[in-house]
Design a protein around this ligand. Structure first.
Ligand SMILES: *Cc1c(COP(=O)(O)O)cnc(C)c1O
Length: 240
């Protein structure tokens, strides 16, 4: 093993692999590469690895903890777009509004109201996605798909919050085909909601697909995929 390999993080090769799979999934489904935003999910990973991914072209990063997001943001280039992809507690909203370009996991009116309040204070409009629990998993956050429209109608009344689309976290499965139904279901739901023409609501973002299933998600219409392990390798939660 030469020196370079020994100390290589593998990020460059991983990114190339992910990018070529994204391209293949786009070709299979007749979509354009420009429709897909790759979010590098960097939770638990050190800033040095994010810097490396940045050097290879990544500009969208996803974190699920507020403190980690803010600390990393302060150490990295200003043109990074941060995505809050985890469950956000209301008392931490103030740290995220104005910092994250998109808050993915909104699943209650109370949380949206807090985001609205903080956005008004800062004189800006926050883009959010509504998280839908497509597989009805008890352990997961997200609104039931039957309740999504009602929730969105309420959130739409808040002046400083803009609903931009939907997000889902599919179950962990060995065979990604098993999640196709949930991705397709999220897309159908977004079309239904779009057809209601609600003021202040657009459905141009579908955030779905992770390392194990992003290709299927792209085939089913994902516009944002959230890839962690596939770019940075396995996470070691003991380090954080
Ligand atoms: C951790 C995480 C991911 C990335 O998961 P990988 O399987 O490592 O790609 C994506 N989305 C959310 C919401 C996450 O918390």
């Amino acid at each position: 093993m030469n020196k370079e390999n020994k100390f290589s993080s593998g990020i460059k090769a991983n990114l190339e692999e992910v990018q070529s799979r994204i391209a293949a999934a786009c070709t299979r489904s007749g979509r354009s590469l420009q429709e897909i935003t790759l979010i590098a999910v960097s939770k638990t990973k050190p800033v040095s690895l994010l810097q490396e991914a940045y050097e290879y072209g990544c500009r969208h990063f996803g974190e699920n903890k507020v403190q980690e997001l803010t600390q990393k943001d302060e150490q990295l280039p200003r043109d990074i777009q941060w995505h809050m992809i985890g469950h956000l507690q209301r008392n931490k909203v103030k740290y995220v509004v104005g910092r994250a370009c998109l808050i993915h996991g909104v699943d209650s009116l109370r949380l949206a109201e807090e985001i609205n309040k903080e956005s008004l204070k800062k004189n800006l409009i926050s883009s959010i996605l509504i998280e839908v629990n497509m597989a009805k998993e008890e352990s997961k956050f997200g609104v039931a798909k039957e309740d999504a429209l009602e929730l969105i109608k309420e959130i739409a009344k808040l002046p400083a919050v803009q609903v931009r689309g939907l997000m889902t976290i599919a179950p962990y499965v060995e065979d990604p085909e098993k999640n196709r139904q949930y991705f397709a279901g999220l897309r159908y739901l977004s079309v239904d909601i779009m057809e209601k023409n609600i003021d202040n609501v657009s459905m141009d973002i579908l955030s779905m697909g992770m390392t194990g299933d992003y290709e299927v998600a792209i085939e089913e219409g994902a516009t944002c995929i959230r890839v962690g392990t596939g770019i940075f390798g396995e996470r070691d939660y003991q380090l954080v």
